[in-house]
Design a protein around this ligand. Sequence first.
Ligand code: ADP
Ligand code: MG
Length: 369
Amino acid sequence: MRREDAGQATRLGPDPSHGGQPGGDPATLDIRGLSIVYRSSLGGVAAVNGVDLVLRPGEVVGLAGESGSGKSTLAYGIVRLLRPPAVITAGSVLYTGRRTQGSTIDITKSSAQELRELRWREIAIVFQSAMNALNPVLRIREQLLDGLYAHTDIRPDEALSRIGDLVDLVGIPRNRLKSYPHELSGGMRQRVMIAMALVLRPEVIIMDEPTTALDVVLQRDILSEIAQLQEQLGFSILFITHDMSVLLAVSSRLAIMYAGRLIEVGSSVAIRSTPAHPYTRGLLGCFPPLRGPKRPLTWISGSPPDLRHPQPGCPYMPRCPQATAKCSDVDMRLRPTSPDDAGHSSACPFAIGNSDTFPCEQTHRASPS
Ligand SMILES: Nc1ncnc2c1ncn2[C@@H]1O[C@H](COP(=O)(O)OP(=O)(O)O)[C@@H](O)[C@H]1O
Ligand SMILES: [Mg+2]
């Protein structure tokens, strides 16, 4: 059945096991076994394949991977904004927030009405091309007010005061509220999009390459503003980019995606210091560190696999410098990399607990020069 049309009852009872820390609050978002396929007459593209990922209250999780690895499909899938021919074929996206009053909602089963209530109010999204999505004939003030009036019964004076505070927060001078989008720079328009995402005070913001289209100086400014806002307002962020240096700077935890699968998940500290999957090491080597000493950059040779024809075993095998015949039998489940850190897991079983397994490791590890 096509899940986009499912529209079944969606509220689950409270269940602290839903990805929350033991004895702690349940996860805000708990993605379980999510699979998304683009269907076509030539066969399906398995763009997201059995993804498990948890976002806890107030947490910033970074999602990294090369272009085409399925990051945007996952982001759209979480909030059911997928368009045909994309279909959710398995899994659930469990959401538990302030406004769900202690119960948990499975977004994959939400009705159209429930989705309207959930999007923007609970889970807001900033897409890469979002700054070009502003309405060209409406002033910024009207566009921000529209979002507020569409979802709340707020009084006009309160609404004006809220959007004034918001533009202050995201670093837009208040007098720019009367500007049209074309009168603003790219950085300013992207800040407007961040303000729009925040206007209903959501619990989760999904940011899909929010700064990739901007120059590096603006990227740095906007990233530090996002970090400050997150600290001040306490929402959770799923931050998506192919740029590992940016992710390491903004995220407390990282999930690395390859060919539609998560191949490594762990704290940013663990992934930076002891990356377990050879693909993660490859990615880390491709970007200059934002802080610390300079080091030579490396690259990952080859290109990602054709998702229409998945091969058995590890999808990274054809590009992996450490691949052996055993890799074609690998089951891609994430497993803890060591008994001491249950939060750090990798899909490569050969890296686990045995650094000798990778004789070439040092050439791939991001080491200071
Ligand atoms: N409309 C579509 N039809 C078929 N395949 C698609 C479509 N959109 C994306 N894909 C495929 O899905 C995979 C994941 O794409 P995407 O989620 O955009 O990756 P990322 O955001 O990581 O760059 C890619 O292989 C891409 O070619
Ligand atoms: Mg993308």
